[in-house]
Design a binder for this molecule. Structure first.
Ligand SMILES: [Zn+2]
Ligand SMILES: [Zn+2]
Length: 262
């Protein structure tokens, strides 16, 4: 979706009940303020002892237990608790009955791959989550997903501004780390990599590599981060639609993107 200021009517009607405050930008969010500045991955780590994280775990437990189809957790959180959330707990994998997941105005900077286990997900609304610049490839596993409302201007490679994709690490780099289960999200995008984004198989650090790929997911073409166990899983990726980088890539300024389109 487009700039909310251009669609206030829609916002006020559709999202009033879910509005969680005027600002949905992290303090210091400046990833797209200066077009020529290098684009980086967010390096915030999740504090799993914070009140917001613990409350979110409870809300997920409740929703998993009662089998509800609509999950809008942020309205249950205080502004301070919402700001605690850098990402979402991996326990969202248990929300297999949820069809409609509302994250309107969240401050998260990444969505965990476990969203791919939300097997009933039909509508995903992270709208106005302006610090969310990419999604996990695992989102493509949500076979019923048909409607997404994403603030596309906040996305890497979006068609209006074509911001660069952050450069990913060279192949084999994971093998040189002392602890591949404790990653710097400013370097890897994530704090850990549970399994291959494509085949769900285990990761062997020596063969591991990452790619960006732009693919249509529900309503929008989204930039997806692929954590791949092998070359064959990268070869298995779909071809991106026209008007986006034509192949999976590793980011960086040298990646040629189509011209911005207004
Ligand atoms: Zn940002
Ligand atoms: Zn794989």
């Amino acid at each position: 979706m487009d700039d909310p200021s251009a669609s206030l009517h829609l916002v006020s009607n559709r999202f009033a009940a879910d509005a969680v405050g005027a600002s949905s930008m992290r303090d210091g969010e400046r990833c797209f303020r200066q077009p020529s500045a290098p684009v980086r991955l967010h390096r915030e780590r999740q504090d799993t002892s914070s009140a917001g994280w613990l409350r979110m775990l409870e809300l997920i437990d409740e929703a998993a237990a009662d089998g509800r189809e609509v999950f809008r957790p942020l309205v249950e959180l205080t502004p301070a608790e919402r700001a605690d959330l850098v990402t979402l707990p991996p326990t969202i994998a248990r929300l297999t009955r949820v069809k409609h997941f509302v994250l309107y105005g969240s401050l998260v900077v990444r969505i965990p791959p476990e969203i791919g286990s939300m097997a009933s997900l039909e509508v995903f609304e992270p709208y106005t989550s302006y610090s969310l610049h990419w999604f996990p490839y695992e989102l493509t596993r949500c076979a019923s997903l048909r409607d997404s409302t994403v603030s596309t201007r906040a996305l890497y490679g979006n068609f209006k501004f074509r911001p660069a994709f952050p450069r990913l690490q060279p192949e084999g780099a994971l093998a040189s780390l002392p602890d591949p289960d404790d990653l710097d999200p400013g370097v890897w995008g994530v704090e850990s990599i549970p399994s291959c984004s494509v085949c769900d198989g285990p990761i062997a650090p020596a063969r591991f590599s990452q790619r960006w790929i732009s693919i249509r997911v529900a309503t929008d073409v989204l930039p997806l981060l692929v954590n791949a166990c092998s070359d064959s899983c990268i070869q298995a990726l779909r071809t991106p639609p026209e008007d986006h980088v034509a192949t999976p890539h590793q980011g960086g300024r040298e990646i040629q993107q189509p011209e911005p389109r207004w």
